[in-house]
Ligand binder design. Structure first.
Ligand SMILES: Cc1cc2nc3c(=O)[nH]c(=O)nc-3n(C[C@H](O)[C@H](O)[C@H](O)COP(=O)(O)O)c2cc1C
Length: 211
C-alpha cells in the first residue's frame, strides 16, 4: 500500500475509534446518570429522536424472541381523551367526585405532551413463563426512558390504579390476556433534573459464596 493510502487508513481508524469511544461514553453516561423527570412540556419527542426511543424498546432482552409487547403513542387531542377515560374510571370506582377531583383526573395526561402506554402480551409458552414476558416488557420500558434521557428528553414511568382499571383497559383496547406495564410520560424537561441518589455497590452486590 502506498504511504499516502496507509496514512489515510490510520487516520480513518483513529477517527472511527474516537467516534465509537465517544458514543460508548455517552451510552454509559445515560445508564449511570438517568433520572426521571415529572415536569415536562412541549415539544414531545418526534422524528429520529422518537424513533430511537422506540427502537431502544425493541432491543430489550427478550427470552425466546417473543416480542411480548406493544405500545400506544398518545399525544395532542388524544391526551384529552385519555384524561376522560381516567375520569370515567375514577367515577366508576369511588364516591361522587368533587369538581376539583374530576379536573385532576382530566389533567393527569396533560402532565406531558406524549404518553406511551406499554402493554405486555404475555402468552402461554412451553419454555418462557409469562412472568418473564412481563419482565421483558419492563426492560423495554427501561430502555425507552434511558434512550429518552440520553437524548435530553424527560421521561417518567407511571402505573398506579389506572393501569389496572377495567375502564381504562377497555377504553385503550387492552385485552384480557394483556397487562398495562406502564404509562411513560415523555417531553421536554422543565427546569433542572433532580440529583440521582447515591448508592453504594457493596450494599447490593455480594460475592457468593460469602467468605
Ligand atoms: C413499574 C413501575 C411503576 C411506577 N409507577 C409510578 C407511579 O405510578 N407514580 C410514581 O410517582 N412513580 C412511579 N414509578 C417510579 C418512577 O418512575 C421513578 O422511577 C421513581 O420516582 C424514581 O425516580 P428515578 O427513576 O429518577 O430514580 C414507577 C416505577 C416502575 C418501575
Amino acid at each position: 500500500m502506498a504511504y499516502g493510502a496507509m496514512f489515510w487508513v490510520e487516520w480513518r481508524l483513529l477517527i472511527e475509534n474516537w467516534w465509537v469511544g465517544l458514543m460508548d461514553m455517552l451510552a454509559v453516561d445515560a445508564l449511570l446518570n438517568r433520572v426521571s423527570c415529572g415536569k415536562l412540556q412541549q415539544p414531545a419527542p418526534s422524528g429520529e429522536v422518537l424513533a430511537i426511543i422506540q427502537a431502544a424498546a425493541l432491543r430489550a432482552a427478550d427470552h425466546g424472541g417473543l416480542t411480548p409487547w406493544r405500545f400506544l403513542v398518545v399525544q395532542g387531542e388524544a391526551l384529552k381523551a385519555l384524561g376522560e377515560l381516567y375520569l370515567e374510571s375514577a367515577k366508576s370506582e369511588s364516591e361522587p367526585l368533587s369538581d376539583a377531583q374530576c379536573q385532576r383526573y382530566l389533567d393527569m395526561p396533560q402532565r406531558a405532551p406524549m404518553v406511551i402506554v406499554a402493554i405486555a402480551e404475555a402468552r402461554e409458552h412451553g419454555k418462557v413463563p409469562m412472568s418473564e414476558q412481563l419482565l421483558a416488557t419492563g426492560a423495554a420500558v427501561q430502555n425507552m426512558i434511558t434512550a429518552a434521557f440520553a437524548q435530553g428528553i424527560g421521561a417518567y414511568w407511571r402505573t398506579g390504579p389506572l393501569a389496572y382499571s377495567d375502564v381504562v383497559r377497555s377504553g385503550l383496547g387492552v385485552s384480557g390476556a394483556e397487562s398495562i406495564v406502564g404509562f411513560v410520560y415523555l417531553g421536554t424537561p422543565i427546569g433542572d433534573l433532580k440529583a440521582k441518589p447515591c448508592r453504594q455497590l457493596d450494599d447490593f452486590f455480594q460475592a457468593w459464596p460469602s467468605k
